[in-house]
Design a protein around this ligand. Sequence first.
Ligand code: ATP
Ligand code: MG
Length: 356
Amino acid sequence: MTPSYNIASIPGDGIGPEVVSAAIQVVEKLAKTLGTFQIEFTHIPWGTAYYKETGRYVSEDALDTLRKFDAGIFGAVGAPDVPDHISLWGLLLAIRGPLQLYANVRPVRTFPGTKCPLNTATEGIDWMLVRENSEGEYAGQGGRSHIGQKWEAATEVAIFTRVGIERIMRFAFETARSRPRKLLTVVTKSNSMRNGMVLWDEIATAVAKDYPDVTWDKMLVDAMTVRMVAKPQSIDTIVGTNLHMDILSDLAAALAGSIGVAPSSNLDPTRKNPSLFEPVHGSAFDITGKGIANPVATFWSAAEMLKWIGEKDAAGKLMTCVENVCASGVLTPDLGGTSNTQGVVDAVCAEIEQIK
Ligand code: ATP
Ligand code: MG
């Protein structure tokens, strides 16, 4: 019997529905063509329209709803008329923490058709970024006092736990070990942040003892931005906190060539909960509805999803098809091409047909 998967599809806002629909088309085509697995997508309407109707970004039983699926594919959240911290906490952060999707994994690679802007990396970039996704600076703790007054104060408390750091550190060492160069850089800011960041350094040193085959080093986040630009070839896998890696991964995506191709996986490495796959980019309201959103980041996210649920071979084939299409010059305007979203979808589907 062929394996069969149920996937939650949460297109969300802005270009989210455009890129998620694009990804579903190519994955369904792939499943049909290969015939080695079955996949069904169930639409979930969470996002800003849902919020305006119900006062909530997700349904009350959102976590139980998601737990019924093997994985989820997510587009974007955020709208011009809702403050970003409300939409982000309403949807993504309301899911990531409770589902313990503690590892956010972002492969960053210069893609065919994209150009790495660095003259220090003429052959392009190939990195793996691992972001702690469940605590730290985004713990949501803190508050405001004397609101509106001259002496108003606000605290934003970063919470780091031994359990939280150790599990992401082990995940990062495992990731580095699985890659050919077996290189890991642990990013912190332990010169000026003397509690949580020092604990990160201590745990990195302890965990490293279990991975003698991995070459690793520690780096302050400010120095890391310089290294990413000046010595990109000295980097392979990077691990860091929620905030630091949020920033470094945008930098990395831009250095690799474009944010329009960057994927991300929100993983529960224990596999107790379904993992969630999404492009790095946001809702991009400036191009919403124009039909020109680059679907490649979501294709790549879908391929990561296939890999995670056990369809490694299909994932590899999908990526080959996407890379062939990009290399042939079928590109959206953000990559200097003249194709629209559906044009890229059609080209990838045509490429998939050639597999057999
Ligand atoms: P959010 O608040 O949800 O992060 P945003 O508009 O602030 O959304 P992005 O959506 O990441 O941030 O957009 C940043 C820029 O990159 C915009 O100019 C957008 O048009 C462009 N962009 C982002 N994603 C894509 C894509 N898939 N294809 C083409 N251009 C994109
Ligand atoms: Mg934004």
